[in-house]
Design a protein around this ligand. Structure first.
Ligand SMILES: Nc1nc2c(c(=O)[nH]1)N[C@H]1C(S)=C(S)[C@@H](COP(=O)(O)OP(=O)(O)OC[C@H]3O[C@@H](n4cnc5c(=O)[nH]c(N)nc54)[C@H](O)[C@@H]3O)O[C@H]1N2
Ligand SMILES: Nc1nc2c(c(=O)[nH]1)N[C@H]1C(S)=C(S)[C@@H](COP(=O)(O)OP(=O)(O)OC[C@H]3O[C@@H](n4cnc5c(=O)[nH]c(N)nc54)[C@H](O)[C@@H]3O)O[C@H]1N2
Ligand code: SF4
Ligand SMILES: [Mo]
Length: 914
């Protein structure tokens, strides 16, 4: 904290969204929280993307889980508020009863990369060291467990060998299965900025879809989904054939080349067959291979298009193989780079949050590692075999083998594959405990006990970003309701089980210190140039010995620091580039080439399910929307769930743009608005992951997803599920904006988002009986016959408009049509900010469009400055033909830059003649 005056205290903290890990400066005055980028944070140097900039909108009490509660066993089974003591007694007794009767493996934890390192450490220690079960898995299983498995196979330890600075040093950045522009915006901006400075730097994007990221690329390879292993085997073969081999490095520091090479040559030995397999143009593929071959400083960065696949771990190793062969690893500006999704995905890996890991980068299956950790923890009953991975864990709950589960900081009813099965599993489970910050989520609906956790701004601890940089989250707000830190709740249960002295933490820094000491324990890698263990100990690159012994003040003052942090006598010595000495963490200290035999992930596409479902993220929402759903600024960029298809597939499925469609797989179905963006290849459809029962009647795409997993990592195949798409037939489309919450009884389909001073509902229904006045008034809850009620109806056309005015302000409005051609929401939203509705506004409401030209700004494109598409189109027609010119006139794209790719594409579309 640094305070120049008592009125402007700045708290330095870290953004709780993506794994980029930007530093945030917070100023609190009264009830307003102002955020800006931390100018001295090494990650973002003062910048924030739109989600980061809108953090202030998400810290209020709205929707928060305020008190612990237990489900009543009788009557309506509602949740009853109880004291923390009573709730924790209930949890401790319930778990103990099940452990005593059925053994430790009958209980489980399902945790999250959104926990802080301190929470994660305590959860892992409690389960593995004091209950004696490794049934603690995390949503990181769904996210980057393939990267972890790939790193371990190749390097012997889960090490990310690249830092963000390397991206700026690289001459070629290859992004594989990563929509970085939307999902890691500040990282992407760093690449784009560097490319502007050095136009010779090249960006290649490998993604079946056209995305905001491909929009900025020099070369986009829209490969057939799931064919990455062929593509990188082909590259390995190509490099070998063209002599791009670092022979000295390969001979001295690797093993396994011959087998990996044989597989690559056999499966992808010639360009033509790879191009055919990946459905790419041979010329484009060859351009990429040649570019890769001739560029020394190349980084291959990858995320969910690689990891979330039944061939995920092989995809990772196929990429790493190419870097090992060319010796492009352990050098500035070169290496394979797994970009992590969640703010603390990396911290979770450090404390061993996955069910097949131990703590501090040690292995649960290694007896020497186990005994070190057992001794360190003074553990009475140490788990000695890997626990269940997420998909298996919920199967075990479904089958009654696991009878109690404690879910923390994740929403599996939405985010797991085959998500309807998760509902069934939780409804059968004897004891479901959920720790969350929000009261109503699809998962808390199944809880027997809910425990309120502290949210961002309240909680305190550390997170580690994609480049191994540890940053502090600092609290700057008092906890809301009775919210407590997650590590505290876990420690209190441990205390009730008689382990008080081992969980006697009074504050976060004590947990962090213990974690740092464990990374140093038995880790003889204590200095630069002295990487040998001398035959003793357990050498690990993860080493935080330099952070051991911090008291609260030192911890509070901790600046962002990238590990390893070594306690060496001369701490000014620079930390070596990872692997720069060519020594890895396998028993023989050599890296491994891993043979990767390609196979198609999707075997099930057939006449019934002819399309491949790809799922992923949109720019302004975060996962299940529990927090971004609170921000009007973030809500309007993409206001509804959509299904994006190729126009020809849409034709074949009988669905039309802007109509609704049902998407079904063998596992489940959802309903979304049809979009024909031109970004999809034939046979592929894309649906965003964010919508769920809190925000839509039928929007949970997780219910469709094939629960098949990668055989090595256990990561599910989120990107390729066979589906079909059909029209969702309705008689009317509509929307309502209302200051009060509305019941959705009249609609066959609805979605809901937050606006400034209102909630916006998109609606569709089956019953069209012409009685719209009564229906509309009932929908908006208008009972007073003398209410100031405006309406327009054209019965023959099926068009209806109604608005309620209270004290000269608009209170609610509803618009209905047989087609989705409804009035502009942007214009109507603006009316809710007016203190007084004028006559022209009343007329506009009746006519269904603004009376004054220019009042309709259109759908939000730039969320930072609230600039809409129509405003942008007008400026383009007025002569602004570059994103820069638009930025100069309207400011759009000049803050976080996430909308620049969209600005480019709007310019192209607007300037097309006709
Ligand atoms: N706005 C926003 N940002 C986020 C998040 C969020 O919810 N919202 N979540 C965070 C988290 S936890 C994560 S994990 C990251 C995810 O970040 P990303 O991985 O960038 O995001 P996704 O949209 O899941 O998928 C990435 C891309 O993989 C492509 N893809 C699908 N199949 C294949 C394939 O077979 N091969 C290849 N090469 N590509 C394929 C998809 O078309 C998609 O564009 O984002 C983080 N950042
Ligand atoms: N179809 C499909 N499904 C996917 C993916 C995909 O690409 N496609 N991606 C997968 C990936 S990569 C990920 S990471 C997951 C994410 O999926 P989830 O983890 O299920 O999503 P979130 O909405 O982030 O859930 C976090 C929950 O924790 C709460 N919370 C926030 N902070 C705290 C805290 O400090 N303590 C506690 N106790 N609770 C807190 C939030 O309110 C929220 O309810 O989704 C996965 N599911
Ligand atoms: S890129 Fe955006 S969401 Fe990610 S950490 Fe930075 S500000 Fe937060
Ligand atoms: Mo993730």
């Amino acid at each position: 904290m640094d305070g120049s005056s008592p009125h402007s205290v700045v708290v330095k903290t870290t953004c709780p969204y993506c794994g980029t890990g930007c530093g945030v400066d917070v100023r609190v005055s009264g009830t307003t929280v102002e955020v800006s980028g931390d100018p001295v944070h090494p990650t973002n140097a003062g910048r924030l993307c739109v989600k980061g900039s809108a953090l202030g909108d998400t810290v209020g009490p709205q929707g928060r889980l305020l008190y612990p509660a237990i489900r009543r066993q009788d009557g309506d089974q509602s949740m009853e508020r109880v004291s923390w003591d009573a709730a924790l007694d209930h949890v401790a007794q319930g778990f103990r009863r099940i452990i005593e009767a059925h053994g430790p493996d009958a209980v489980a934890w399902y945790v999250s990369g959104q926990l802080l390192t301190e929470d994660y450490y305590v959860a892992n220690k409690l389960a593995k060291g004091f209950v004696g079960t490794a049934n603690i898995d995390t949503n990181s299983r769904l996210c980057m467990s393939s990267a972890v498995a790939g790193h371990k196979r190749a390097f012997g330890e889960d090490i990310v060998p690249v830092a963000y600075d390397d991206l700026e040093l690289a001459d070629l950045v290859v992004l594989v299965g990563s929509n970085t522009a939307w999902c890691h915006p500040i990282l992407f901006q760093r690449i784009v900025k560097e490319k502007e400075r050095r136009p010779e730097m090249k960006l290649v994007v490998i993604d079946p879809r056209r995305t905001a990221t491909t929009e900025m690329a020099d070369l986009h390879l829209p490969l057939r989904p799931g064919t990455d292993v062929w593509l990188f085997n082909g590259l390995l073969s190509f490099l070998h054939q063209h002599g791009v081999v670092d022979t000295a490095f390969v001979e001295d520091h690797t093993t396994g080349l011959a087998r990996a090479m044989a597989i690559a040559d056999n499966t992808a030995g010639d360009l033509r067959s790879v191009a055919a397999q990946c459905k790419l143009q041979e010329s484009a593929l060859s351009e990429f291979y040649r570019l890769f071959a001739r560029t020394d400083k190349v980084i291959t960065a990858f995320s969910m298009g690689v990891n979330q696949s039944s061939a995920g771990t092989d995809k990772v190793n196929a990429i790493i193989n190419c870097h090992l062969l060319s010796g492009r690893i352990g050098k500035p500006g070169a290496g394979p780079f797994s970009i992590t999704g969640q703010p603390n995905a990396m911290g979770g890996r450090e404390v061993g949050g996955l069910s097949n890991m131990l703590a501090a980068h040690m292995d649960i299956e290694n007896a020497q590692h186990r005994s070190l950790v057992r001794e360190f923890w003074q553990s009475p009953t140490m788990a000695d075999k890997p626990g269940l991975k997420a998909v298996d864990l919920f199967d075990a709950i479904d089958e009654g083998r696991v009878k109690a589960v404690w879910i923390m900081a994740t929403n599996p009813v939405v985010s797991m594959p085959d998500a309807d099965k998760i509902k069934r599993a939780l409804s059968r489970c004897e004891l479901v405990v959920v720790s969350d910050v929000m009261a109503q989520t699809d998962t808390t609906a199944f809880a027997h006990v809910v425990l309120p956790a502290q949210g961002w701004g309240e909680k305190s601890g550390t997170v580690t970003n994609s480049e191994r940089c540890i940053s502090r989250l600092r609290s700057f707000l008092p906890p809301i309701g009775e919210a407590r830190p997650d590590w505290w709740a876990l420690s209190e249960v441990a205390r009730r089980w008689g382990h008080a002295e081992h969980f006697a933490y009074t504050a976060e820094h004590e947990v962090f210190d213990e974690h740092c000491r464990l990374t140093a324990a038995g880790n003889r890698e204590s200095g630069v140039g002295d990487r040998d263990s001398g035959g003793e100990g357990i050498p690990r690159f993860l080493n935080l010995s330099g952070l051991v012994g911090m008291d609260k003040d030192a911890y509070d003052g901790l600046r962002p620091v990238r590990w390893p942090v070594l306690a060496i006598p001369d701490s000014r010595l620079p930390i070596p580039e990872v692997f720069s000495d060519g020594r890895f963490y396998t028993p023989d200290r050599r890296a491994r080439f891993v043979p990767t035999a390609p196979h198609m992930p999707v075997k099930l596409v057939d006449e019934d399910y002819p399309l491949v479902l790809n799922t992923g993220r949109v720019r302004d929402h975060w996962h299940t929307m529990t927090r971004t759903g609170l921000s009007p600024r973030l809500a309007s960029h993409v206001a509804e769930p959509f299904v994006d298809l190729h126009p020809q597939d849409a034709l074949l499925c009988g669905v039309r743009e802007d109509q609704l469609a049902r998407i079904s797989s063998r596992w489940g179905s959802c309903v979304a608005r049809v979009r024909l963006s031109g970004e999809m290849q034939r046979k592929s459809v894309f649906v965003p992951i964010h919508w769920n029962a809190q925000f839509a009647s039928d929007g949970r795409v997780g219910s469709l997803v094939n629960p098949v997993v990668d055989p090595v990592s256990g990561e599910p195949e989120f990107k390729h599920t066979p589906v079909r798409v059909e029209p969702f037939m309705v008689a009317w489309h509509g929307f309502a904006l209302s200051r009060d919450d509305l019941p959705m009884a009249d609609a066959a389909w609805w979605t809901r988002i937050t606006g400034s001073g209102f909630t916006r509902y998109e609606l569709a229904g089956r019953k069209q009986d012409g009685e719209w006045t009564a229906r509309a008034r009932a929908m908006l809850g208008v009972t007073d016959p003398d209410a100031d009620w405006l309406e327009y109806e054209d019965r023959s056309a099926g068009v209806y408009r109604g608005a309620l005015i209270v004290d000269d302000r608009i209170a609610a409005c509803v618009f209905v049509s047989p087609r989705p051609d409804l009035p502009s929401r942007a214009w109507l939203s603006g009316l809710f900010t007016k203190d007084r509705i004028e006559d022209v506004d009343r007329m506009g409401l009746l006519v269904g469009e603004p009376f004054e030209r220019g009042e309709d700004t259109g759908v939000t494109v730039c969320s930072c400055f609230g600039v809409g598409r129509k405003t942008i189109e007008r400026a383009i027609r007025g002569g602004c033909h570059t994103p820069k010119a638009l930025g100069a006139k309207l400011k759009c794209g000049t803050n976080c830059g996430s909308c620049v790719p969209e600005l480019k594409s709007i310019i192209a579309q607007t300037l097309v003649p006709g």
